[in-house]
Ligand binder design. Structure first.
Ligand SMILES: Nc1ncnc2c1ncn2[C@@H]1O[C@H](COP(=O)(O)OP(=O)(O)OP(=O)(O)O)[C@@H](O)[C@H]1O
Ligand SMILES: [Mg+2]
Length: 272
């Protein structure tokens, strides 16, 4: 069901529950300019179900990355709460915040070039989080890393190589492996395919679908491309100027968009 006015339903079966998130950024005043306030999020609430891929779509500057960064723990909120599997990760009113490393959430970033350390071998990049966590022996770590490289379609020999020896799509596979090896409950991808050629985008989207199928992982997939949402996501929330203007099953939102902003977003993509 699609609804532009009612808040997104928050249910028992939700893995992630976000309630009333607010975030304002203050910019210091310049020589002649008064201080500026940007309201990046103004009361965002939604649920993400177990095993689903939820799309977050909206134009540049609408607050998508801010939302992702707060959920993952790279940014703070001014108000609101985030629960994962029933426990609070963030509750601003109760002054609670679980550190990013203990949230069970991993992020995949847009830029596969900038986010991989060029001086590290792929196997060390993928295994770094496990090494820091310090729970597994070296042999166990190596085993998990090779298994994960295989899962994302890379060979064990690829582990010996360096990031510059790979294409953009392969680097994004490395980034995905680095996130998945931590066995997160939720994967948050922020414009994870936007920097890639269209044919390579399709390969990475298919990998995401395959991973969900095999690992049963839940995902929040941020994009400004509603075509990507249509291909990948079970449900979608549409953000505009820091607020959710529409949400629902992807199919019904695309077939019958209720909010003028969503209608414009869909009309702008002729190939849908
Ligand atoms: N650290 C920051 N300091 C000041 N303003 C910020 C900061 N981070 C985000 N903003 C502002 O908050 C608003 C939302 O930014 P955000 O990056 O979340 O948008 P977005 O939807 O991810 O955009 P894009 O599609 O371009 O990535 C923008 O107006 C942005 O300029
Ligand atoms: Mg962004």
């Amino acid at each position: 069901m699609t609804s532009a006015t009612e808040p997104t339903r928050l249910g028992e079966e939700d893995l992630l529950v976000v309630r009333g998130l607010h975030r304002t950024f203050a910019r210091p005043s310049g020589f002649l300019s008064p201080p500026l306030e940007t309201v990046a999020l103004k009361g965002v609430s939604f649920g993400l179900r177990r095993g689903e891929i939820l799309g977050v779509v909206g134009e540049s500057g609408c607050g998508k990355s801010t939302l992702a960064r707060i959920i993952v723990g790279l940014e703070t909120a001014d108000a609101g709460s985030v629960h994962l599997g029933g426990s609070a990760l963030i509750d601003v009113e109760k002054r609670q915040s679980v550190p990013a490393s203990r949230r069970g959430i991993q992020m995949v970033f847009q830029d596969p070039y900038a986010s991989l350390n060029p001086r590290m071998r792929v196997q060390d990049i993928v295994g770094e989080g496990l090494a820091i966590a310090g729970k597994l022996s070296k042999a166990e770590r190596q085993e998990r890393v090779s298994a994960m490289l295989a899962t994302v379609g890379l060979s064990p020999q690829d582990g010996e190589r360096y990031p510059h020896q790979f294409s953009g799509g392969q680097r994004q596979r490395i980034g995905i492996a680095r996130s998945l090896v931590m066995q997160p409950r939720l994967l948050v991808a922020d414009e994870a395919v936007s920097a890639l050629d269209v044919s390579v985008q399709m390969q990475v989207l298919n990998l995401m679908l395959d991973i969900r199928e095999r690992l049963g992982i839940s995902m929040m997939f941020i994009t400004h491309n509603i075509g990507v949402v249509e291909y990948l996501c079970d449900r979608v929330i549409v953000l505009s100027q820091g607020g959710i203007v529409e949400s629902g099953e992807t199919r019904s939102v695309i077939a019958d968009p209720q909010h003028p902003y969503t209608q414009r977003l869909i009309a702008a993509v002729p190939q849908l």
